[in-house]
Design a protein around this ligand. Structure first.
Ligand SMILES: NC(=O)c1ccc[n+]([C@@H]2O[C@H](COP(=O)([O-])OP(=O)(O)OC[C@H]3O[C@@H](n4cnc5c(N)ncnc54)[C@H](OP(=O)(O)O)[C@@H]3O)[C@@H](O)[C@H]2O)c1
Length: 244
């Protein structure tokens, strides 16, 4: 008999980098599935707009720069204050830059490492005590296929994404027995603001073969909906038009 999916009606899920692309799509799908969401991004205006779209009964938002541990603590605290608990974290905030190893400037390298890697660590450290209080829950780390095999012209970005995969794997081994499932979701190129650059422009036909933000949000929602006796430690996803 196939396993039944888990209801998200009692779930409260924090999402970093929630106002655009994958984060915003996940917020919509999770609320459609019955969960409450706790939304963070640097831009307060984007956060307020998304809360208004989703309804204040379903969402709360905080301006949160994941590079600042105190901001991550404030995000999680706002969720607990509004909804009484937290059952999940989607550590999604991330930035990308492409170019040879000598092409990046020092400031951009620092910003990428601090956002993609340190920011994931700070968000996780804020969430874990509260997830443990709730008796367990889910952490989804938004890495990339670049975190499984780094390509040319993305060395530092790939390294930050490898670091997230390593973090997620080690946390799975640390937290599984405490009821926290940890998943690294690793998409190929997704047609979002992030994917622009390198000669890509919005609407260009090559982007038709890319994943859509909703495809990745589907993976995130599916991971959370697994019955509690299952867990997925890594989910790499491509569209059928993308080669692996
Ligand atoms: N798009 C792709 O091709 C692709 C492929 C594989 C993996 N990914 C991963 O998926 C994740 C989301 O990417 P996306 O394509 O959805 O990007 P996106 O459309 O550019 O959205 C990025 C989100 O992160 C927020 N953000 C940026 N810096 C932040 C910071 N320091 N603190 C908090 N929030 C911050 C942005 O809002 P503010 O600017 O207001 O902060 C925005 O809400 C990233 O981790 C990325 O590495 C993307």
């Amino acid at each position: 008999m196939p396993a039944e999916t888990r209801s998200l009606a009692d779930d409260v899920v924090a999402i970093t980098g929630a106002t655009s692309g994958i984060g915003a799509a996940a917020a919509h799908q999770l609320v459609d599935a019955g969960a409450k969401v706790v939304l963070g991004a640097r831009g307060a205006e984007g956060v307020d707009k998304l809360v208004a779209e989703l309804g204040e009964e379903n969402a709360v938002g905080v301006a949160c720069d994941v590079r600042d541990p105190a901001d991550c603590q404030r995000l999680i605290a706002a969720g607990v204050r509004k909804f009484g608990r937290l059952t999940g974290l989607v550590a999604n905030a991330g930035i990308g830059a492409y170019g040879g190893i000598l092409d990046y400037d020092d400031e951009l390298i620092t910003r990428m490492i601090e956002t993609n890697f340190s920011g994931t660590v700070w968000a996780v450290r804020a969430a874990v005590p509260v997830l443990l209080e709730a008796g367990g829950g889910d952490i989804v780390v938004l890495s990339s296929v670049a975190g499984l095999r780094g390509g040319a012209d993305e060395a530092v970005y790939a390294a930050t994404k490898f670091a997230q995969v390593g973090l997620a794997g080690a946390m799975d081994r640390e937290l599984r027995e405490k009821g926290i499932r940890v998943t690294a979701v690793c998409p190929a190129g997704v047609s979002t603001e992030f994917a622009m650059g390198l000669g890509r422009t919005p609407g260009m036909p090559a982007l038709d073969d890319y994943l859509q933000a909703d495809d990745v949000a589907f993976a995130i929602t599916t991971v959370l909906r697994q019955p509690r006796r299952l867990r997925t430690t890594q989910w790499a996803l491509w569209s059928n038009g993308q080669s692996s």
